[in-house]
Design a protein around this ligand. Structure first.
Ligand SMILES: Nc1ncnc2c1ncn2[C@@H]1O[C@H](COP(=O)(O)OP(=O)(O)OP(=O)(O)O)[C@@H](O)[C@H]1O
Ligand SMILES: [Mg+2]
Length: 264
């Protein structure tokens, strides 16, 4: 498999495809591949709040690698190929479906506000929500009617996305439960991947404490990006705790923040 062979392109000569708030995408070593680079930038409230938190990108790269590799292993298709270094991973390029798929198990965040639920209330069942990925519009919530009417995804694709979302939720819920963490909710992105004439929907982007709500089961401490949103401090410590519980980092390890850095 050719794409597994490294291609020695100096960092600063790689073609930058896209720079987002938390990540940069570079052209990959083979057609159909990309390099996903995790930055230390933290943003919230549609980027109105922004900070650089040393080491966050390294932790998210490792945690996302761990989760995507396990999803691949249990037959949930994802864009992930392999991690390249501390901040970067090799992924398959997909056609991103412009929806943020949110799965909720426990009331928190905007759902708690919208429906007047107390944060922490277990929901009667897992709920899937769709938001239209559009920063200018503040990622508004949309229904299946909007999605099909505007052609963002077909009814069949929505079914596939929901089936994927449930599998990812079941896997993540069980995995985190096993290490004393409650998966309150998470966001995932999906994309179309073509293999010849065949197209399938795969999980893309990242799954990390930036995109999940993770609460310690015993203390109810938040181990996710709400530490930043709510100015609680201790974000790196919380993400490190998640990595340690998952067995990604050893007990005494400290996150190495050196290594490949973003070339401006
Ligand atoms: N496999 C993939 N192929 C193509 N694009 C991808 C893939 N995985 C993720 N992306 C896209 O790469 C970008 C990652 O950057 P980042 O998460 O920083 O973006 P962002 O600032 O959150 O902006 P956006 O609103 O576009 O998500 C996102 O736009 C995401 O949709
Ligand atoms: Mg993003």
């Amino acid at each position: 498999m050719d794409f597994l062979k490294p291609r020695y392109t100096p960092m600063n000569r790689r073609r930058r495809i896209y720079e987002g708030k938390a990540k940069v995408l570079y052209e990959g070593p083979e057609p159909g591949t990309l390099i996903q680079h995790f930055k230390d930038d933290a943003t919230a409230f549609n980027a109105k709040k922004h900070e650089v938190i040393d080491g966050k990108g390294v932790l998210n790269n490792r945690i996302s690698e761990f989760l995507f590799q396990h999803l691949n292993d249990i037959g949930v298709p994802t864009h992930f190929i392999r991690r390249l270094n501390m901040r970067e991973q090799l992924i398959r390029e997909v056609e991103i479906i412009p929806l943020e798929v949110v799965v909720r198990n426990v009331a928190a965040g905007s759902l708690a506000t919208r429906l007047g639920l107390e944060e922490g209330t277990q929901l009667p069942r897992s709920i899937i929500e769709f938001y239209y990925k559009n920063d200018a519009l503040n990622d508004p919530m949309v229904s299946e009617e909007h999605i099909t009417a505007f052609g963002w995804a077909t009814p069949q694709e929505i079914d596939d996305i929901m089936a994927l979302a449930i599998r990812v939720n079941d896997f993540l819920s069980g995995l985190f439960l096993g290490v004393g963490i409650r998966l309150v909710d998470f966001k995932m992105e999906t994309g179309r991947l073509w293999e010849g004439d065949l197209m399938r929907i795969v999980v893309a982007d990242e799954i990390s404490p930036d995109s999940c709500r993770l609460w310690d089961i015993k203390s109810a401490d938040k181990l996710d990006k709400d530490r930043f949103r709510k100015d609680l401090g201790g974000l790196i410590e919380a993400y490190t705790e998640v990595a340690k519980r998952l067995g990604i980092m050893s007990e005494n390890e400290k996150v190495q923040t050196g290594g490949p850095r973003l070339v401006q």
